[in-house]
Design a protein around this ligand. Structure first.
Ligand code: 5GP
Length: 209
């Protein structure tokens, strides 16, 4: 009953998804975080292969052509995509695999894996989001304005997610995400094999076999 599930975590840029994911992975050992490929330039401090696999548009498009991405989307003028190999390997190894992707990607993943668990992370209020974006100190006013107008559009899609997680206090937010995942793994829709097996066993036993 405890096989891995696919989790999609979305949220406004600046909601603190990166920090949350680092803390979640440090606290629990059942998670694997997929590293996406992107054509955006690295921010100061970002390392190729850790935050993202940074690539050119040409290399990205080659990867699409080879069916090497589970999904990809264009966001604020750049490509972002999920490499297929890592996700499939980690799921097969029983890990709960997290994709930290935006809403278009979530919708594509949902079509392929209807049992995946979509979570939406948000700061407690909009003012806090602006403070966090400014506090990063790595983006121009223009880029911040772009991310805010994207956030308005993204807020229209929140109902497509199964749970909202408010990132106020890091530690309690990490615990909450883990609790949601543990509960979600008990949903009948994510345990079809278990249900099928127990039904078959019941029938066999009732026949005295
Ligand atoms: P950022 O540039 O702030 O790192 O990411 C911008 C947005 O792209 C975020 O909402 C992030 O979740 C999303 N994103 C990152 N990787 C992927 C991916 O592989 N696919 C999709 N669809 N979105 C992604």
């Amino acid at each position: 009953m405890d096989k891995g599930i696919l989790i999609v975590l979305s949220g406004f840029s600046g909601a603190g998804k990166g920090t949350l994911m680092k803390a979640l992975l440090k606290t629990y050992d059942n998670y694997a975080l997929s590293v996406s490929m992107t054509t955006r330039s690295p921010r100061p401090g970002e390392v190729d292969g850790r935050e993202y696999f940074f690539s050119t548009k040409e290399v990205f498009e080659e990867k699409i052509a080879q069916n090497g991405l589970i999904e990809y989307a264009e966001y604020c003028g750049n490509y972002y995509g999920t490499p297929r190999d890592y996700v499939e390997k980690q799921l097969a190894a029983g890990k709960d695999v997290i994709l930290e992707i935006e809403i278009q990607g979530m919708r594509k993943v949902k079509k392929m894996f209807p049992e995946m668990l979509p979570l939406f992370v948000t700061p407690p209020d909009a003012g806090e989001l602006v403070r966090r974006l400014r506090g990063r100190g790595t983006e121009s006013d223009e880029a911040i304005a772009g991310r805010l107008s994207t956030a308005i559009i993204e807020s229209e899609g929140i109902e497509d997610y199964e749970y909202i997680v408010v990132n106020d206090d890091l530690e309690s937010c990490v615990k909450e995400i883990h609790a949601i995942v543990q509960a979600a793994k008990r949903a009948p829709a994510r345990n079809k094999e278990f249900i099928k097996t127990i039904r078959e066993e019941l029938k066999l036993l009732s026949k005295g076999e």
